[in-house]
Design a protein around this ligand. Structure first.
Ligand SMILES: *Cc1c(COP(=O)(O)O)cnc(C)c1O
Length: 360
Protein backbone atom coordinates (compact mmCIF):
# COMPACT_ATOMS: atom_id res chain seq x y z
CA UNK A 1 0.00 0.00 0.00
CA UNK A 2 1.37 3.42 -0.97
CA UNK A 3 -0.51 6.23 0.75
CA UNK A 4 -0.78 9.73 -0.68
CA UNK A 5 1.20 10.99 2.29
CA UNK A 6 3.03 9.65 5.32
CA UNK A 7 4.40 11.76 8.16
CA UNK A 8 8.14 12.22 8.59
CA UNK A 9 9.32 10.48 11.77
CA UNK A 10 12.76 11.35 13.15
CA UNK A 11 15.00 8.78 14.92
CA UNK A 12 13.15 7.91 18.13
CA UNK A 13 16.20 8.39 20.38
CA UNK A 14 16.53 12.02 19.30
CA UNK A 15 12.94 12.72 20.30
CA UNK A 16 13.51 10.73 23.49
CA UNK A 17 16.37 13.10 24.44
CA UNK A 18 13.93 16.01 24.39
CA UNK A 19 11.42 13.99 26.41
CA UNK A 20 14.11 13.36 29.04
CA UNK A 21 14.66 17.11 29.36
CA UNK A 22 10.88 17.65 29.72
CA UNK A 23 10.74 15.01 32.50
CA UNK A 24 13.63 16.71 34.27
CA UNK A 25 12.17 20.22 34.07
CA UNK A 26 8.55 19.09 34.66
CA UNK A 27 7.31 21.85 32.33
CA UNK A 28 4.71 20.59 29.86
CA UNK A 29 3.05 23.62 28.27
CA UNK A 30 2.45 27.42 28.55
CA UNK A 31 5.32 28.84 26.51
CA UNK A 32 7.92 26.49 27.98
CA UNK A 33 11.63 26.33 27.21
CA UNK A 34 11.26 24.02 24.18
CA UNK A 35 8.43 26.11 22.68
CA UNK A 36 10.65 29.17 23.03
CA UNK A 37 13.60 27.32 21.54
CA UNK A 38 11.45 26.19 18.62
CA UNK A 39 10.30 29.76 17.95
CA UNK A 40 13.91 30.98 17.94
CA UNK A 41 15.05 28.12 15.70
CA UNK A 42 12.20 28.72 13.23
CA UNK A 43 12.85 32.48 13.11
CA UNK A 44 16.48 31.72 12.45
CA UNK A 45 15.80 29.06 9.81
CA UNK A 46 13.14 31.10 8.00
CA UNK A 47 15.04 34.37 8.45
CA UNK A 48 12.06 36.30 9.88
CA UNK A 49 11.67 38.56 12.93
CA UNK A 50 8.41 37.59 14.63
CA UNK A 51 6.89 34.14 15.02
CA UNK A 52 4.44 32.62 17.48
CA UNK A 53 4.11 28.84 17.86
CA UNK A 54 0.40 28.04 18.25
CA UNK A 55 -2.06 25.14 18.56
CA UNK A 56 -2.60 24.57 14.84
CA UNK A 57 -3.02 26.31 11.50
CA UNK A 58 -6.75 26.80 11.96
CA UNK A 59 -6.47 28.59 15.30
CA UNK A 60 -3.67 30.65 13.71
CA UNK A 61 -6.15 31.89 11.09
CA UNK A 62 -8.80 32.62 13.73
CA UNK A 63 -6.27 34.58 15.78
CA UNK A 64 -5.19 36.53 12.69
CA UNK A 65 -8.76 37.59 11.85
CA UNK A 66 -9.36 38.55 15.49
CA UNK A 67 -6.09 40.46 15.88
CA UNK A 68 -6.78 42.56 12.78
CA UNK A 69 -10.29 43.27 14.08
CA UNK A 70 -11.84 42.25 10.77
CA UNK A 71 -15.53 42.78 10.17
CA UNK A 72 -17.90 42.34 7.23
CA UNK A 73 -16.59 40.82 4.02
CA UNK A 74 -13.26 39.07 3.49
CA UNK A 75 -12.20 38.35 -0.07
CA UNK A 76 -10.82 34.84 -0.39
CA UNK A 77 -10.13 31.88 -2.65
CA UNK A 78 -12.53 28.96 -3.19
CA UNK A 79 -9.58 26.70 -4.04
CA UNK A 80 -8.00 25.85 -0.68
CA UNK A 81 -8.41 23.61 2.34
CA UNK A 82 -11.73 24.11 4.15
CA UNK A 83 -10.11 25.94 7.11
CA UNK A 84 -9.35 28.99 4.94
CA UNK A 85 -13.09 29.60 4.49
CA UNK A 86 -14.50 28.11 7.69
CA UNK A 87 -12.39 30.36 9.94
CA UNK A 88 -13.81 33.45 8.19
CA UNK A 89 -17.34 32.25 8.93
CA UNK A 90 -16.35 31.14 12.46
CA UNK A 91 -15.14 34.66 13.20
CA UNK A 92 -18.49 36.11 12.11
CA UNK A 93 -17.29 37.50 8.79
CA UNK A 94 -18.57 36.80 5.27
CA UNK A 95 -16.30 35.09 2.74
CA UNK A 96 -16.48 36.66 -0.73
CA UNK A 97 -14.98 34.31 -3.29
CA UNK A 98 -12.84 35.47 -6.19
CA UNK A 99 -12.04 32.91 -8.87
CA UNK A 100 -8.52 31.52 -9.32
CA UNK A 101 -5.97 31.84 -12.08
CA UNK A 102 -6.10 28.68 -14.18
CA UNK A 103 -2.30 28.43 -14.44
CA UNK A 104 -1.08 29.21 -10.91
CA UNK A 105 -4.26 27.96 -9.13
CA UNK A 106 -3.97 30.91 -6.72
CA UNK A 107 -6.59 33.65 -6.31
CA UNK A 108 -6.67 35.73 -9.52
CA UNK A 109 -5.45 39.07 -8.15
CA UNK A 110 -6.66 40.91 -11.27
CA UNK A 111 -10.25 40.02 -10.29
CA UNK A 112 -10.03 41.19 -6.67
CA UNK A 113 -10.89 44.87 -7.21
CA UNK A 114 -14.22 44.02 -8.82
CA UNK A 115 -15.24 42.13 -5.65
CA UNK A 116 -14.49 44.99 -3.23
CA UNK A 117 -17.50 46.69 -1.62
CA UNK A 118 -17.83 49.23 1.21
CA UNK A 119 -18.06 46.25 3.58
CA UNK A 120 -14.76 44.63 2.54
CA UNK A 121 -12.18 44.59 5.33
CA UNK A 122 -9.49 42.20 4.11
CA UNK A 123 -8.09 39.73 1.60
CA UNK A 124 -7.31 36.20 2.84
CA UNK A 125 -5.38 34.30 0.18
CA UNK A 126 -3.70 30.89 0.21
CA UNK A 127 -0.29 30.19 -1.33
CA UNK A 128 -1.74 27.04 -2.84
CA UNK A 129 0.67 24.03 -2.75
CA UNK A 130 3.33 26.51 -1.57
CA UNK A 131 3.20 28.46 -4.84
CA UNK A 132 3.33 32.19 -3.92
CA UNK A 133 0.33 34.39 -4.75
CA UNK A 134 0.80 37.58 -6.75
CA UNK A 135 1.90 39.35 -3.56
CA UNK A 136 2.89 42.56 -5.36
CA UNK A 137 -0.50 43.18 -6.97
CA UNK A 138 -2.36 42.10 -3.82
CA UNK A 139 -0.36 44.59 -1.75
CA UNK A 140 -1.06 47.35 -4.26
CA UNK A 141 -4.81 46.69 -4.19
CA UNK A 142 -4.86 46.42 -0.39
CA UNK A 143 -3.05 49.76 0.02
CA UNK A 144 -5.35 51.51 -2.44
CA UNK A 145 -8.52 50.27 -0.72
CA UNK A 146 -7.23 50.22 2.89
CA UNK A 147 -7.65 46.49 3.27
CA UNK A 148 -5.72 44.12 5.50
CA UNK A 149 -4.00 41.08 3.99
CA UNK A 150 -3.72 37.64 5.58
CA UNK A 151 -1.90 34.83 3.80
CA UNK A 152 -2.68 31.23 4.59
CA UNK A 153 0.84 29.86 4.26
CA UNK A 154 -0.03 26.33 5.45
CA UNK A 155 1.71 24.80 2.41
CA UNK A 156 4.49 27.34 2.13
CA UNK A 157 7.07 26.34 4.74
CA UNK A 158 10.57 27.47 3.68
CA UNK A 159 9.26 29.18 0.53
CA UNK A 160 10.94 32.42 -0.55
CA UNK A 161 10.38 35.04 -3.25
CA UNK A 162 13.68 36.28 -4.60
CA UNK A 163 15.34 35.09 -1.39
CA UNK A 164 12.86 36.84 0.93
CA UNK A 165 10.68 34.64 3.15
CA UNK A 166 7.07 34.24 2.01
CA UNK A 167 6.13 34.81 5.67
CA UNK A 168 7.16 38.47 5.39
CA UNK A 169 4.34 39.45 3.04
CA UNK A 170 0.92 40.78 4.04
CA UNK A 171 -0.12 41.91 7.53
CA UNK A 172 -0.10 38.37 8.89
CA UNK A 173 0.85 34.96 7.50
CA UNK A 174 -0.19 31.71 9.13
CA UNK A 175 1.33 28.26 8.78
CA UNK A 176 0.24 24.75 9.74
CA UNK A 177 2.62 22.24 11.30
CA UNK A 178 0.18 19.34 11.05
CA UNK A 179 1.61 15.84 10.64
CA UNK A 180 0.63 15.72 6.96
CA UNK A 181 2.52 18.89 6.08
CA UNK A 182 6.04 19.20 4.67
CA UNK A 183 7.42 20.10 8.11
CA UNK A 184 5.47 19.22 11.25
CA UNK A 185 5.19 19.14 15.05
CA UNK A 186 2.41 16.48 15.04
CA UNK A 187 -0.23 19.19 15.59
CA UNK A 188 0.83 22.81 15.49
CA UNK A 189 1.10 26.02 13.58
CA UNK A 190 2.61 29.46 13.70
CA UNK A 191 1.79 33.09 13.02
CA UNK A 192 4.16 35.67 11.60
CA UNK A 193 3.84 39.43 11.21
CA UNK A 194 6.25 42.25 10.43
CA UNK A 195 4.35 44.56 12.74
CA UNK A 196 5.75 44.48 16.30
CA UNK A 197 2.60 45.91 17.87
CA UNK A 198 0.47 43.28 16.16
CA UNK A 199 2.93 40.60 17.26
CA UNK A 200 2.45 41.66 20.91
CA UNK A 201 -1.32 41.69 20.48
CA UNK A 202 -1.17 38.15 19.08
CA UNK A 203 0.95 37.11 22.05
CA UNK A 204 -1.83 38.23 24.39
CA UNK A 205 -4.52 36.64 22.23
CA UNK A 206 -2.67 33.30 22.30
CA UNK A 207 -2.78 33.28 26.12
CA UNK A 208 -6.42 34.17 26.95
CA UNK A 209 -5.60 37.90 26.68
CA UNK A 210 -3.74 37.71 30.00
CA UNK A 211 -1.39 40.68 30.45
CA UNK A 212 -0.07 40.06 33.96
CA UNK A 213 -0.75 38.32 37.23
CA UNK A 214 -4.07 40.13 37.69
CA UNK A 215 -4.76 41.99 34.43
CA UNK A 216 -6.08 41.42 30.93
CA UNK A 217 -5.08 43.23 27.73
CA UNK A 218 -7.27 41.67 25.05
CA UNK A 219 -10.03 39.25 24.25
CA UNK A 220 -8.04 36.05 23.96
CA UNK A 221 -8.20 32.32 23.38
CA UNK A 222 -6.07 29.30 24.26
CA UNK A 223 -3.75 29.21 21.26
CA UNK A 224 -0.72 27.79 23.07
CA UNK A 225 1.09 24.61 22.13
CA UNK A 226 2.88 22.04 24.30
CA UNK A 227 6.48 21.10 25.03
CA UNK A 228 5.90 17.64 23.53
CA UNK A 229 4.86 19.18 20.22
CA UNK A 230 7.73 21.66 20.36
CA UNK A 231 10.09 18.73 20.90
CA UNK A 232 8.85 17.07 17.72
CA UNK A 233 9.23 20.37 15.85
CA UNK A 234 12.80 20.78 17.10
CA UNK A 235 13.75 17.20 16.24
CA UNK A 236 12.26 17.44 12.74
CA UNK A 237 13.83 20.81 12.03
CA UNK A 238 17.27 19.14 12.00
CA UNK A 239 16.09 17.15 8.97
CA UNK A 240 14.26 19.87 7.06
CA UNK A 241 16.88 20.44 4.37
CA UNK A 242 17.12 16.71 3.79
CA UNK A 243 13.32 16.45 3.61
CA UNK A 244 12.99 19.25 1.05
CA UNK A 245 15.89 17.90 -1.01
CA UNK A 246 14.33 14.42 -1.18
CA UNK A 247 10.93 15.84 -2.14
CA UNK A 248 12.52 17.88 -4.92
CA UNK A 249 14.25 14.78 -6.26
CA UNK A 250 10.97 12.86 -6.18
CA UNK A 251 9.28 15.76 -7.99
CA UNK A 252 11.92 15.62 -10.71
CA UNK A 253 11.47 11.86 -10.99
CA UNK A 254 7.72 12.26 -11.51
CA UNK A 255 8.30 15.08 -14.02
CA UNK A 256 10.81 13.02 -16.02
CA UNK A 257 8.58 9.94 -16.05
CA UNK A 258 5.33 11.69 -16.89
CA UNK A 259 6.37 13.81 -19.86
CA UNK A 260 3.85 12.09 -22.16
CA UNK A 261 0.96 12.15 -19.69
CA UNK A 262 -1.99 14.27 -20.76
CA UNK A 263 -1.69 16.55 -17.74
CA UNK A 264 0.13 19.74 -16.75
CA UNK A 265 1.57 21.06 -13.50
CA UNK A 266 0.68 24.41 -11.92
CA UNK A 267 2.67 27.37 -13.22
CA UNK A 268 5.14 28.34 -10.51
CA UNK A 269 5.97 31.91 -9.39
CA UNK A 270 9.02 32.88 -11.46
CA UNK A 271 11.01 34.12 -8.45
CA UNK A 272 10.31 31.13 -6.25
CA UNK A 273 11.24 27.44 -6.07
CA UNK A 274 8.81 24.59 -5.38
CA UNK A 275 9.32 23.31 -1.80
CA UNK A 276 7.99 19.88 -2.83
CA UNK A 277 5.05 20.01 -0.42
CA UNK A 278 2.77 18.31 -2.98
CA UNK A 279 2.99 16.68 -6.38
CA UNK A 280 0.09 18.11 -8.32
CA UNK A 281 -1.29 17.32 -11.76
CA UNK A 282 -4.05 19.01 -13.74
CA UNK A 283 -5.40 16.39 -16.15
CA UNK A 284 -6.73 17.25 -19.61
CA UNK A 285 -10.09 15.75 -18.67
CA UNK A 286 -11.87 14.61 -15.52
CA UNK A 287 -12.56 11.29 -17.28
CA UNK A 288 -8.83 10.57 -17.55
CA UNK A 289 -8.32 11.59 -13.92
CA UNK A 290 -11.04 9.19 -12.76
CA UNK A 291 -9.57 6.36 -14.80
CA UNK A 292 -6.14 7.00 -13.28
CA UNK A 293 -7.50 7.19 -9.71
CA UNK A 294 -9.40 3.92 -10.17
CA UNK A 295 -6.41 2.08 -11.59
CA UNK A 296 -4.05 3.35 -8.89
CA UNK A 297 -6.57 2.44 -6.17
CA UNK A 298 -6.82 -1.05 -7.60
CA UNK A 299 -3.06 -1.29 -7.21
CA UNK A 300 -3.22 -0.05 -3.61
CA UNK A 301 -1.90 3.42 -4.39
CA UNK A 302 -3.59 6.37 -2.74
CA UNK A 303 -4.23 9.76 -4.34
CA UNK A 304 -6.14 12.86 -3.24
CA UNK A 305 -8.43 15.14 -5.18
CA UNK A 306 -6.96 18.10 -3.37
CA UNK A 307 -8.92 20.51 -3.58
CA UNK A 308 -12.17 19.04 -4.77
CA UNK A 309 -14.96 20.16 -4.61
CA UNK A 310 -14.87 23.96 -4.88
CA UNK A 311 -15.45 25.65 -1.50
CA UNK A 312 -17.77 28.10 -3.30
CA UNK A 313 -20.23 25.24 -3.89
CA UNK A 314 -19.76 22.52 -1.28
CA UNK A 315 -20.45 24.19 2.05
CA UNK A 316 -23.87 23.71 3.67
CA UNK A 317 -23.57 27.02 5.53
CA UNK A 318 -22.91 29.18 2.46
CA UNK A 319 -25.01 30.07 -0.54
CA UNK A 320 -23.44 28.12 -3.43
CA UNK A 321 -22.00 30.31 -6.17
CA UNK A 322 -20.53 29.62 -9.58
CA UNK A 323 -16.74 30.01 -9.90
CA UNK A 324 -16.10 28.62 -13.38
CA UNK A 325 -12.32 28.30 -13.31
CA UNK A 326 -12.20 26.80 -9.81
CA UNK A 327 -14.99 24.43 -10.77
CA UNK A 328 -13.13 23.26 -13.85
CA UNK A 329 -9.73 22.93 -12.14
CA UNK A 330 -11.14 21.20 -9.03
CA UNK A 331 -12.55 18.44 -11.27
CA UNK A 332 -9.20 17.84 -12.99
CA UNK A 333 -6.66 18.23 -10.21
CA UNK A 334 -4.97 15.36 -8.40
CA UNK A 335 -2.19 14.99 -5.82
CA UNK A 336 0.06 11.96 -6.15
CA UNK A 337 1.96 10.27 -3.30
CA UNK A 338 4.68 12.56 -1.94
CA UNK A 339 6.59 12.04 1.29
CA UNK A 340 10.12 11.62 2.58
CA UNK A 341 10.14 7.80 2.71
CA UNK A 342 8.67 7.34 -0.77
CA UNK A 343 11.20 5.54 -2.97
CA UNK A 344 12.16 6.31 -6.57
CA UNK A 345 11.11 2.77 -7.49
CA UNK A 346 7.65 3.45 -6.08
CA UNK A 347 7.44 6.66 -8.12
CA UNK A 348 8.43 4.70 -11.23
CA UNK A 349 5.72 2.13 -10.53
CA UNK A 350 3.07 4.82 -10.02
CA UNK A 351 4.07 6.51 -13.26
CA UNK A 352 4.06 3.24 -15.27
CA UNK A 353 0.55 2.47 -14.03
CA UNK A 354 -0.67 5.94 -14.94
CA UNK A 355 0.74 5.88 -18.46
CA UNK A 356 -0.69 2.40 -19.01
CA UNK A 357 -4.21 3.66 -18.22
CA UNK A 358 -3.86 6.63 -20.51
CA UNK A 359 -2.64 4.51 -23.39
CA UNK A 360 -5.39 1.91 -23.03
C1 LIG B 1 -3.70 22.15 6.73
C2 LIG B 1 -4.27 23.47 6.33
C3 LIG B 1 -4.87 24.34 7.26
C4 LIG B 1 -5.19 23.92 8.67
O1 LIG B 1 -4.11 23.61 9.43
P1 LIG B 1 -4.30 22.69 10.76
O2 LIG B 1 -2.95 22.79 11.39
O3 LIG B 1 -4.65 21.33 10.31
O4 LIG B 1 -5.36 23.31 11.59
C5 LIG B 1 -5.28 25.59 6.83
N1 LIG B 1 -5.13 25.97 5.55
C6 LIG B 1 -4.59 25.17 4.63
C7 LIG B 1 -4.45 25.67 3.23
C8 LIG B 1 -4.16 23.88 4.98
O5 LIG B 1 -3.67 23.06 4.05
Amino acid sequence: MILVTQPFLPPLDEYQNYLNSIWTKKWLTNMGPLANELEDSLKNYLNIHNLLFVTNGTVALQMAIKALDLKGEIITTPFSFIATTSTIVWEGCTPVFVDIDKHTLNIDATKIEAAITKNTSAILATHVYGNPCDVVLIEEIAKKHHLKVIYDGAHAFAVTINGKSIFEYGDITTCSLHATKLYHSVEGGFITTQNTELHHKLQYIRNFGIAGYDSFAELGINGKNSELHAAMGLTNLKYINQIIEKRRELTKRYDDNLKTLKAVRPLWHHQSANNGAYYVLIFETEALLLKVVEHLNKNNIGTRRYFYPSLAKALPYLQPIEMPITEDIAKRVLCLPMYYDLSFEEVDLICRLMLRVQNN
